[in-house]
Design a protein around this ligand. Structure first.
Ligand SMILES: [Zn+2]
Length: 374
């Protein structure tokens, strides 16, 4: 993890780099911010920079130390985090599930506790940092550094440490061996046991701006501009949440807004904007495009049902509801069969690897005339 791979937080990065370069590394730091603000990613970047053998304005990314940290396998950089204690599975400490932890980080360094609980096999179970973990940490940090440089312990979510574990670590955090650094990464600093809290130096993280999240969703996940904006707006400044929303039921909201735009463009026969819309939709995955077509079919169906049964449409918000109630008169017995066939054909060809750009443009042009049949 390089500093440049941590989203935004420019001033914090500069401040942290400065402390390392001027040898003013505090031995116990608490990175606090909300989930998805990048505090965990920053802690890894910090450790990497601290140990990089060839650093300049950022870590080099290529030296043996950087390579090992990027694989979360550096012998002097330890990770500690809540686990689901289990006698049957013999789980008492972080190292027992380090494989799962590495797997989660390899997906994204923007991590969240409920996602981690899912990785551990039970989304609803509370994790804990227990006394066995503290014993393991004491043991690890009492060893001489393998590579003769700093030793770092990154503890993710110290708020899950119980009292016994915290008491055991107090002395070590207060007076650690030389060149030993504790980086505690907390979502809720107010829940950390006081005695630990008072022994750390706080580094506060701001939540990310929607714009910063959007830009990074596009560059890291190749999302269309429209979808990235949608996910970013729903994320509350939490990049983890934004990433999680890419493939979950949030799709429905995205599809609705894409559908609204599409219908507006087709009705107004705005060819240049239709092409832009098609380009964006074509840049999403094939599975998403198929789902979107099914979603559109359902919308047409809802309009028809609305005509004949007078039922209210169950939509997501007022604005969208307003749109469909205005739009439904344009869906009627003259065009529903044509709309239905067009979508079904498109679905059929999409499934057989048709080019989505050509296909969606073709569908749009058919809609141009179908929607005028009132
Ligand atoms: Zn390096």
């Amino acid at each position: 993890m390089l500093f440049q791979d941590v989203i935004a937080q420019k001033e914090l990065k500069e401040q942290l780099i400065k402390t390392i370069k001027s040898n003013k590394v505090s031995h116990a730091q608490l990175f606090c911010g909300q989930e998805g603000s990048g505090h965990f990613a920053m802690a890894v970047a910090y450790a990497q920079f601290l140990l990089c053998q060839n650093r300049a304005e950022d870590s080099c990314g290529n030296c043996s130390s950087c390579v090992k940290i990027q694989q979360l396998a550096h012998p002097d950089v330890h990770f500690s985090f809540p686990v689901h204690l289990s006698k049957t599975n013999k789980i008492t400490q972080s190292d027992d599930v380090i494989k799962e932890f590495r797997e989660m980080i390899s997906q994204s360094p923007y991590i969240g506790i409920s996602h981690w609980n899912e990785f551990l096999g039970n989304q609803n179970k509370q994790g804990i940092i227990a006394v066995k973990e503290s014993e393991a940490i004491i043991k690890k940090l009492s060893l001489k550094a393998f590579e003769g440089n700093f030793k770092v312990l990154i503890m993710w979510l110290p708020e899950f440490m119980n009292k016994e574990a915290a008491n055991k670590l107090l002395k070590l955090i207060e007076e650690p061996p030389k060149k030993t650094v504790f980086l505690l990464v907390a979502d809720s600093a107010d829940k950390i046991i006081d005695t630990i809290l008072s022994r750390t130096q706080k580094v506060n993280f701001l939540s990310l701006k929607a714009e910063e999240i959007k830009t990074n969703l596009i560059s890291r996940h190749q999302l269309s501009n429209e979808k990235a904006e949608y996910c970013a707006n729903l994320s509350d400044g939490n990049f983890h949440k934004a990433e999680q929303s890419i493939n979950t039921n949030e799709n429905d909201n995205f599809y609705l807004s894409a559908f609204v735009n599409w219908m507006r463009l087709c009705y107004s026969r705005n060819i240049s904007d239709t092409i832009d819309w098609v380009d964006e939709m074509a840049s999403t995955g094939r599975e998403q495009q198929k789902e979107f077509l099914l979603f559109s079919l359902e919308m047409f169906r809802q309009c028809i049902i609305g005509h004949y049964s007078g039922e209210t449409l169950t939509l997501l918000n007022d604005k969208q509801h307003q749109f469909l109630s205005k739009f439904s008169p344009f869906i009627n017995h003259l065009n529903i069969v044509g709309l239905d066939e067009t979508i079904n054909n498109a679905y059929y060809h999409l499934e057989r690897n048709a080019n989505p750009k050509i296909l969606l443009l073709d569908v749009s042009l058919k809609f141009y005339s179908l929607l005028k049949k009132v």
